[in-house]
Ligand binder design. Structure first.
Ligand SMILES: [Zn+2]
Ligand SMILES: [Zn+2]
Ligand SMILES: [Zn+2]
Length: 257
């Protein structure tokens, strides 16, 4: 069994958007308050966080997380790596460096943005990070848990999704090859990004995400990385096919496998 907690389900600006007065951003429904997209997967006592965006601190506090085993990074956009400085808290409590898994290209940006954590004469108290290099076509293990990377395109940027046990998690995709779909076909739970209804250059629209879900054929699909342009949760959740749901922050799902 694999368990996933949605730490955040909002697009890069989150929902509500700063200074926006639209009917979604002013919704009283807590499910319309979306922190930047991130998720935590737990299986066999191992706890893996996918992405550490600017809301990482708030997400760890909200879910009362005392310990993590690893962070996997999907790509280097700020809404996915902007919270890495806050792994310091786990350095103190777990008394060790935090293991972060990313491709070489993503690591380059992490080292640039957090140069003080990687310099030779590090200031006391800077984050302690162990970077692990992963390859898009090579499954790897985190404390005995197998993780299969799923390669996608995010406009011009390659992006990685991950399959862990019965859950496949894809965010910030706007294209995926047949070959990669094959790696997640019939997975129990698919999480996939759906930004809005209108075309977008680097994100799946609602229709595109539903099409990929149709091809993958999971038992259940959850949509994430949602913009305020999609609508209020109460409205949009009624428009989906069977076994397909809009995720919201704090939602927990469990795979049958
Ligand atoms: Zn994003
Ligand atoms: Zn708005
Ligand atoms: Zn992105």
């Amino acid at each position: 069994m694999t368990k996933l907690t949605f730490l955040g389900t909002g697009t890069s600006q989150g929902v509500p958007v700063i200074s926006c007065g639209c009917w979604v951003c002013t919704s009283p429904d807590s499910r319309d308050k979306r922190l930047r997209t991130s998720a935590m997967i737990e299986t066999g006592g191992v706890r893996i966080v996918i992405d550490a965006g600017p809301d990482f601190r708030q997400q760890m506090l909200r879910e009362n997380i005392k310990k993590i085993d690893a962070i996997l990074l999907t790509h280097e956009h700020k809404d996915h790596i902007g919270g890495i400085d806050d792994v310091r808290a786990f350095n103190y409590t777990q008394k060790q460096a935090v293991d972060i898994y990313a491709t070489e290209r993503v690591q380059k940006t992490v080292k640039k943005d957090y140069d003080y954590a990687f310099s030779a004469d590090r200031y006391p108290g800077v984050p302690e990070i162990n970077l692990h290099t992963i390859l898009p076509d090579k499954p790897f293990e985190v404390k005995g848990v197998e993780v299969t990377p799923i390669l996608g395109q995010h406009y011009l940027m390659p992006v990685l999704g991950f399959r862990i046990g019965g859950i496949a998690y894809l965010t910030d995709f706007n294209a995926i090859s047949e070959e990669e779909i094959e790696k997640i076909r019939n997975v129990d739970i698919l999480v996939i990004n759906a930004l809005r209804r209108e075309h977008h250059i680097s994100h799946f629209t609602l229709d595109e995400a539903l099409h990929v879900s149709y091809l993958v054929h999971p038992r259940q699909t959850y949509l994430t990385h949602v913009s305020h342009q999609m609508g209020r949760q109460t409205q949009i959740e009624t428009e989906l096919p069977d076994n397909t749901f809009f995720a919201y922050d704090g939602l927990v799902v469990e795979s049958l496998e």
